[in-house]
Design a protein around this ligand. Structure first.
Ligand code: ZN
Length: 274
């Protein structure tokens, strides 16, 4: 039987029967593929190590009908240190769920794979604030999916500076403070939960530092997209909010892993206050 081999990251794991698992693996060449991993739920299974969520590895498989059956696998980068911290683990779960959502079988996914690998690495090593990794990832995923916001200048008057700018979440266009004033009060500027995102004309506030940071993560090489700083806590919060709101609105859905990540972080922050 002919074996094939491919490198990729496990972005979803579904148990099947008592012993087996379906793995969704994001690969450069074939996009997201599904592999049946036999016996990987057993602790002694030979495929157990490579059948874990987040693992980047080499997968050898053979085809049987329309199924791809995993024969063996070798972890290349298992990202073990993710499991040392619950916030890191939850954020990684969200990054994988998003990657799963925006990729498909048979569609080349080299950039998405590099983006995911860089992001998982940054989260696992705690190299940057999580808001920065998460926000840069979200903006870049939006761009890779064909929804890059137009952040060069105000869409109405072409002004390239404004304190602040506003991002129209629905169409990805910028609006300067002057043009917002002229357009009247029918546009809403406020914080949102996902449930509110579907309202028309939703605007996110982008102070100059946030605007610069967002432009940076859309233009920088993927290897360097997290190399910027938002020292001001409010700027960091607005950056995180704008990136998340923008991506969810364009994907048209929320994510359980994201709700869980936020809920755990909030609970954690409250614990520290007590
Ligand atoms: Zn304007």
């Amino acid at each position: 039987m002919k074996h094939e081999s491919i490198d990729g990251v496990v972005v979803r794991v579904r148990d099947y029967g008592d012993h087996d698992r379906y793995l969704s693996v994001l690969t450069k060449e074939q996009g997201r593929i599904t592999l049946l991993s036999k016996g990987s739920r057993s602790l002694r299974g030979t495929q157990t190590a490579v059948s874990q969520l987040y693992t980047y590895g080499n997968f050898e498989y053979y085809r049987r009908g329309e199924f791809k059956i995993l024969k063996s696998g070798t972890p290349i980068q298992p990202f073990y240190s993710l499991s040392m911290d619950i916030d890191r683990l939850n954020l990684a779960a969200y990054l994988c769920e998003v990657a799963c959502e925006v990729t498909d079988q048979g569609e080349e996914a080299g950039e998405m794979l590099r983006l995911l690998l860089n992001s998982l690495y940054a989260v696992s090593r705690d190299l940057y604030p999580q808001e920065i990794v998460k926000g840069a990832y979200e903006l870049r995923v939006a761009a890779l999916s064909g929804y890059e916001p137009e952040l060069h200048a105000c869409a109405e008057c072409a002004r390239s500076r404004s304190d602040p700018f506003y991002l129209n979440v629905m169409n990805g266009a910028l609006l300067c403070a002057e043009c917002l004033k002229k357009s009247g009060a029918n546009k809403k500027v406020r914080d949102t939960a996902y449930d509110d995102i579907r309202e028309a004309e939703l605007l996110c506030t982008l102070p100059p530092a946030v605007h610069t940071a967002m432009r940076y993560c859309l233009q920088a090489p993927i290897e360097r997209i997290f190399s910027f700083d938002l020292k001001d806590g409010e700027d960091l919060r607005l950056f995180a909010k704008a990136a998340e709101t923008y991506l969810l609105s364009h994907l048209g859905r929320g994510f359980d892993s994201l709700n869980f990540y936020h809920a755990m972080r909030t609970a954690d922050a409250q614990k520290k206050e007590i």
